[in-house]
Design a protein around this ligand. Structure first.
Ligand code: NAD
Length: 359
């Protein structure tokens, strides 16, 4: 798609700072590859509470509906933490967006660059060349949404019930996302489940086994989630795509992000049927460094690259941005979160400008 519309929702904290750099990199990509996207900004999160009285104003939803993709910053911060849970920026903005737009597949790439292995908490000899894992998480089913979901009083206290429920179709659609992604990467999918204990795990395993022959070039393995939690620390470089149901994916994706070492580097994509998606950094609003011009803009910039790939089918431009990031890292520029001796410390704007120039 040469033209398209993007809703730009920067949010709070470092959101606007890193978004500005992502926009500069998109401009550079537009110049190089000859496309033109139309960007419409809208309030979301804490700033939307301040300006419109709620974290996801109707006007913002309308702008998103009129767009082909949402480029999202992050939301929340100390100013809004005393609000009732249901009104808090994250819960009141992101969860409804997932629901309204049917964002069922969450992609969390966690790439640990060879030059940045020092930032990983695992022993560097385990990952001499870094690693590159993509966690694909089912986002709209399973334990977080299954019914019944309730707490009732009993004679001795209370009884809480959550229900894990999946249907074949829900598993199939996210499995196809994972297999297709693997085809463009190292052609391996690890299906993470708990098939030894859970009925849902059995269904995940059966369904993925049935789909696998459609992707003869992709090697599939099945791994219990408890073992997966250990293996991504012991040997992360073994993994390419890890496909998880909702709850397991929530946990494994954060674990893999932590093993990769630098939250400021990690983008994410949440995809709907078709090409619509929401793209955002894996980290939050980083209130501790907001406003100082030192946040790492790379997660936001790589989120923009994912947007070009998945919502606008501009893989070439996406790859160019990813390669520009690698080039700038290789040249030794570092924001504070990934700084090490012998490299050059820069701020948000300089990092963004260097990546835009490399594109
Ligand atoms: P956080 O991700 O904001 O920060 C954790 C640590 O990582 C901090 O030390 C921060 O400085 C650092 N960090 C994160 N992104 C960075 C970047 N780009 N460059 C450099 N350093 C970076 O998590 P938190 O402190 O738990 O949460 C802060 C706020 O963000 C909370 O209000 C939380 O609700 C919100 N939050 C929002 C989202 C979202 O919008 N999707 C996600 C997580 C947290």
């Amino acid at each position: 798609m040469k033209n398209g519309k993007v809703a730009v929702l920067s949010g709070d904290g470092i959101g606007p700072e890193v978004m500005e750099q992502a926009m500069a990199v998109l401009k550079a990509a537009e110049g190089r590859f000859g496309f033109q996207l139309e960007y419409t900004r809208a309030d979301v999160g804490g700033i939307a509470i301040d300006n419109h009285g709620k974290a996801l104003p109707d006007s913002t939803v309308e702008i998103c509906r009129a767009s082909d993709a949402i480029l999202f910053g992050s939301v929340g911060g100390p100013k809004w933490e005393s609000l009732p849970p249901a009104e808090q920026p994250e819960r009141a903005a992101l969860l409804p967006l997932r629901k309204i737009f049917g964002l069922y597949a969450n992609l969390r790439p966690a790439k640990c660059y060879q030059q940045l292995i020092h930032a990983s908490p695992v022993k560097n000899e385990i990952i001499p060349h870094g690693f590159d894992i993509l966690v694909v998480r089912e986002l709209t089913g399973g334990l977080y949404f299954g019914q019944p979901k309730q707490t009732v009083k009993t004679e001795t206290g209370e009884r809480a019930v959550d229900t894990m429920v999946y249907e074949t179709g829900e598993i199939e659609r996210v499995a196809h996302v994972a297999f297709r992604a693997a085809q463009k990467r190292s052609k391996k999918v690890a299906v993470v489940d708990k098939a030894n204990v859970l009925e849902c795990g059995q269904l995940w395993r059966r369904t993925c086994k049935a789909i696998a022959p459609q992707y003869p070039d992709v090697a599939v393995e099945f791994i219990y989630v408890d073992n997966a939690a250990m293996q991504v620390v012991r040997n992360p470089a073994h993994y390419d795509v890890m496909l998880c149901e909702n709850t397991f994916g929530d946990i494994i994706s954060d674990e893999v992000a932590a093993v990769a070492g630098s939250l400021g580097m990690l983008p994410s994509a949440s995809l709907a049927e078709g090409t619509f998606g929401l793209y955002e950094p894996s980290g939050g609003t980083a209130p501790d460094i907001a406003g100082k011009g030192i946040a790492n803009p790379i997660a936001q910039i790589l989120s923009a690259a994912l947007m070009l790939r998945f919502s606008f089918a501009m893989d070439e431009a996406a790859v160019a941005i990813e390669q520009a990031v690698e080039k700038v890292i290789a040249s030794g520029l570092r924001t504070g979160d990934i700084f090490s001796a012998g490299t050059t410390k820069v701020g948000t704007a300089e990092m963004g400008a260097a990546i835009a120039a490399a594109v």
